[in-house]
Structure formats: structure tokens, C-alpha cells
Write a protein that binds this ligand. Structure first.
Ligand SMILES: *Cc1c(COP(=O)(O)O)cnc(C)c1O
Length: 409
């Protein structure tokens, strides 16, 4: 039997990622959770443990629980503690990408023959994972519109349905979905509710508190926040799945599947996460200003932003979120060609997939992020453009969009 020498509080140990955290204010937790100064030197920033393996005092003893970095690494543990604290969960897990986190969760909970119900408007890569990869392992997904409770409940009535996948706000049309209502529906049929919280970020919405069993993140987006690192995360509470603690099932999958975050990536993600609370305010403020300005433009047929009173799920957004987020989608009166022209004409907004960084980005979802949904009912409209508002000056962003819209005339 392997025993563990207790090194805490010297360094975060793998067990620390499992301790329910007392939740101080969001920005305090963002800066301090899992980030105690180095006890050896007092370094304010804990060292980056750039190591693959750890020496042991004896064949049966581990220092602080660390053996090999796929199983655990203090830099990753620090991030996992930080993530759990910010989502208000008991356990955090960091992965090499958002898709790797999704894959680990699906493999930890499902087996061939099981069924999934997913909200129809998801991240294109999630749609691809479920419809093109898991389908080959006989895990089939029914996609339903965010407001189609009847279709959802019909799929849930199939006893093979084990998991419900939700994204809110949805991508790219930013429909806010009632997490509390979906969690009740999932739980009434014994299914797990998973919420991809990438768009809102834990600064604006904490799905576990609304009944979700698991939260997924692409930390590549708002959490990392600087477009310089790829990563993913899972945060859960003390859920039990098929008589086993869900945390154990995920930990096993993380170790055995191996798609872990490396120490440098974990460090960059932690560094980004510390400033999420202040960044998100500017993202929201800029997005609101842009959405209001776009609403008055002749070339724009419709603006999708939950912060606009006319948005169909504005009231729900007010209840469920503490801000409306940094993504704005809009439909061009001139159709697909106009959407492409605008996407290719900005100078401050970079034409790029991804979102949530300090720099503003613009994309054409139908051909870019959601290319894999082409020809399916889940394909986004071809005449919309999606913006990720960065933290630059709102006037500069609006001027840039104004210049791009004028290219249409
Ligand atoms: C980007 C994204 C993902 C996938 O994450 P990666 O880090 O790119 O693997 C999943 N969900 C949403 C909502 C995303 O925006």
C-alpha cells in the first residue's frame, strides 16, 4: 500500500482540489484560492512545477501525494482548487482543452447504448464530438431547441437517456436557457445535467448553485482570457453517479485517459483567472454599448444580446446571470454576403474563431466555428456575424464596426 507523506501546507496536494471551499468574494477567491505563497522562499507566486515525475522517499511513500504529473502536479492542483472555488463546487479538474474536459466527462459517465439530450445550439466542436465521435460508440444524441421542453421531455422519457447537455447563453444566438428548470427535468428522469459555462464564465453564472451536476469550461476563453493558452475544466459538487462518487469516476478518467493540463498551461490559466472579475465588467460594458449601437443601424436586421430589453430571454438573463456577457451576434439585412464582408472588413476586431480574450474578435459562425453543423438543423443562420467584445475602448470598437458596415454601401 502506498502511503502519503503530508507536505501540506507546503504545497497544494491533490486532496486540496477535493476540499469544499469556503467561498469568499469572487475576486478574492480568484486571486487567493489554491495560490498560497511558496513556503520555502515566500515567493508571492507559487512556482511552476515543470516536472514529469516526483522522487519518493521509499517505494511505498509519496511526497504530498505526488507520483507522476499525469496523476497530479502542484501547479495543476492550484488551478483546480481555484476553479472549484469560483464555481462553488467541491472538486475541480483541469484538462488540456475544453473538448478534452467534455470527452472525459462523457466517458466517465456513459457507456454504449446510452442516450444524450442536448440543447441544439451548442459550440460546434461539442456538436461534432457528440454527433460524429460518440455516435460511433453507440452513444446517440437528440438535439432539441432551447425552448422546446416537449421534445426534451420526450427524449428524457427514454430510460436510456442518461445525460442532458446544456449551454447557456447558447452559441451563437445567445438564448439564455433556464438551468433550474432543465435540472429539474433531468433529475426527474435520473439523468445528469451538464452545463457548459464557457460563455457566461463563473463571474456571471454558477450553474451548480442552479441545480447542475457538472460544469464544463473551455478555459481557453474567458478564464484564460488572453488568447495565449488552450485548456478545459470540469467542476462538480459531491454528486454520485451509478453508486459511485462522480469525482472518483472523473479522476480515474483524467488519469487513465491522460488529457491533462500541463504545468505551463495551468500556470497561464491561473494567471488569467485571477483577473476575470475585473475583465468581465469591461467585456459586458463594451458588449452592451456595441449591441445598443448596432440596434440603430440600417444594415443590421437584428441584434442578439441578452442585455437588450427586446431580447427574448432578457428577463431570464436578469434572474440567472449577474451580467449579460461579452458576446454579441447580429444579423445583416444584406444576407450572407454582407455578413462575410463585414467579418472581413474590421481592423480592430480580428477575424478569428475563439472568444473571451482581451482583444476583440469577429467571426462568421456558419463557415467558421459551426462549419461541422452545416446541413444539419443545428446550423446557425448564414447571415449572422458573432463578436467577442474585448476590453479595448468601446468607442474604438464601434468606430471599427461603423467603418465595416459602410463597406456595404
Ligand atoms: C471553445 C469552446 C469549447 C471547446 O473548448 P476548446 O478549449 O477549444 O477545446 C467548448 N464549449 C464552448 C462554449 C466553447 O466556446
Amino acid at each position: 500500500m502506498t502511503v502519503t507523506e503530508d507536505l501540506s501546507p507546503l504545497i497544494p496536494t491533490p486532496r486540496d482540489a477535493d476540499r469544499p471551499t469556503v467561498r469568499p468574494g469572487f475576486r478574492t477567491a480568484a486571486v487567493h484560492a489554491g495560490q498560497a505563497p511558496d513556503p520555502l522562499t515566500g515567493a508571492v507566486i507559487p512556482p511552476i512545477y515543470q516536472t514529469s515525475t516526483f522522487t519518493q522517499p521509499t517505494v511505498e511513500t509519496l511526497r504530498g501525494g505526488y507520483e507522476y504529473s499525469r496523476g497530479g502536479n502542484p501547479t495543476r492542483t492550484g488551478l483546480e482548487v481555484q476553479l472549484a472555488a469560483l464555481e462553488g463546487g467541491a472538486h475541480g479538474f483541469a484538462f488540456a482543452s475544453g473538448i478534452a474536459a467534455e470527452d472525459a466527462l462523457l466517458r466517465a459517465t456513459l457507456r454504449p447504448g446510452d442516450r444524450v439530450v442536448s440543447v441544439g445550439e451548442t459550440y460546434g466542436g461539442t456538436h461534432r464530438l457528440l454527433s460524429q465521435l460518440y455516435s460511433r460508440w453507440d452513444v446517440r444524441t437528440t438535439f432539441v431547441a432551447p425552448d422546446d421542453a416537449a421534445a426534451r421531455d420526450e427524449a428524457l422519457a427514454d430510460p436510456a437517456t442518461k445525460l442532458v447537455w446544456l449551454e447557456s447563453p447558447t452559441n451563437p444566438l445567445l438564448t439564455v436557457v433556464d438551468i433550474d428548470e432543465w435540472s429539474r427535468a433531468a433529475h426527474a428522469h435520473g439523468a445528469l445535467l451538464v452545463v457548459d459555462n464557457t460563455f457566461a464564465s463563473p463571474a456571471l453564472q454558477t450553474p451548480l448553485a442552479l441545480g447542475a451536476d457538472a460544469v464544463v469550461h473551455s478555459t481557453t476563453k474567458y478564464i484564460g482570457g488572453h488568447s495565449d493558452v488552450l485548456g478545459g475544466a470540469l467542476v462538480i459538487d459531491d454528486a454520485v453517479w451509478e453508486d459511485q462518487p462522480l469525482a472518483e469516476l472523473i479522476r480515474f478518467q483524467q488519469f487513465a485517459g491522460g488529457a491533462v493540463a500541463g504545468p505551463q498551461d495551468a500556470f497561464l490559466t491561473t494567471r488569467g483567472l485571477k483577473t476575470l472579475g475585473v475583465r468581465i465588467r469591461q467585456h459586458c460594458e463594451n458588449a452592451q454599448a456595441i449591441a445598443e449601437w448596432l440596434t440603430g443601424q440600417d444594415d443590421v436586421a437584428r441584434v442578439f444580446y441578452p442585455g437588450l430589453p427586446e431580447h427574448p430571454t432578457h428577463e431570464l438573463a436578469r434572474r440567472q446571470m449577474s451580467g449579460f456577457g461579452g458576446i454579441v451576434t447580429f444579423q445583416l439585412a444584406g444576407g450572407e454576403q454582407a455578413a462575410r464582408t463585414v467579418a472581413e472588413s474590421t481592423e480592430v476586431f480580428g477575424l478569428s474563431v475563439s472568444l473571451g480574450g482581451v482583444e476583440s474578435l469577429i467571426s462568421h459562425p456558419a463557415t467558421m466555428t459551426h462549419g461541422s453543423t452545416q446541413g444539419t438543423p443545428q446550423a446557425p443562420p448564414r447571415d449572422v456575424v458573432r463578436l467577442s467584445a474585448g476590453i479595448e475602448d468601446a468607442e474604438d470598437l464601434i468606430e471599427d464596426l461603423d467603418r465595416a458596415l459602410r463597406r456595404l454601401r
